[in-house]
Write a protein that binds this ligand. Sequence first.
Ligand code: HEC
Ligand code: HEC
Length: 201
Amino acid sequence: MHGYPKHMKIFVIISLLLLNTVYAAGDPIVGKTKAIHCISCHTIDGNSKIPIYPKLAGQHELYLIKIMKDYRDKVRDVPTMYTIAKKYFNDDNDIEDLAAHFASQKSDICIQQPQTPQVKAGRRKIESCAVCHEPDGNSTLPFFPKLAGQHKTYLIKAMQAYKNGSRQESQMSQMALLFSDDTDIENIAAYFAAQKSNTCK
Ligand code: HEC
Ligand code: HEC
């Protein structure tokens, strides 16, 4: 998205600043005790080992909160997480505590992963993503998820879901129109998965 309007970005930043002032943070210590129900798929620190389960460690807190509510309200309609949400996401305090816990954890992708041909091909395709996710996937604005060091398999699945419409969100559904084919999606996913997370230091 060459020339993504600057005033839009400023508008987003101002809205987020306003939102932050009314936002009550969850408790990461309490959140850790609640995260016992997430271990089997995401592990206790959110560095999931199984590539279909997204890493949550170091993800933006506000993004995690939004998505947990989206699973609960079927805005993001995924049976696995809906089952979890029905049990554990009824109370907004629980959601906020869980988000505070996972957001406070460090990613385990702390060094740049190998520059395979696929990673290099992906690098050439991410210009339009960088305005929101940053060139290295360590997005700075809290509603834009970090992609750096995320599992490649999960990133592919997420991008395909935006493209085929099974996951809908106004900004990403628009962006998904730019994914030309599966090779494109796989290359971009490989690129972001290979970037080191900025949560390690
Ligand atoms: C049975 C496995 C399983 C368990 C247990 C589980 N999850 Fe998940 N989780 C998934 C899968 C699969 C996805 C990806 C779903 C999708 O495609 O949107 C996911 C996605 C997520 C996401 C979205 C991440 C992103 O980058 O968008 C959050 C947040 C999340 N889970 C939180 C939790 C929390 C908190 C718990 C514990 C209360 C939990 N999950 C338990 C399987 C699980
Ligand atoms: C205008 C801002 C914006 C741009 C540009 C953008 N994204 Fe996103 N992206 C978002 C938002 C917002 C979300 C969360 C959407 C949701 O709620 O499902 C997201 C989510 C994602 C996710 C899912 C992450 C997860 O943890 O589930 C992937 C993968 C992704 N974007 C890839 C890309 C790629 C690749 C590009 C470039 C082709 C791109 N995005 C461009 C705003 C943007």
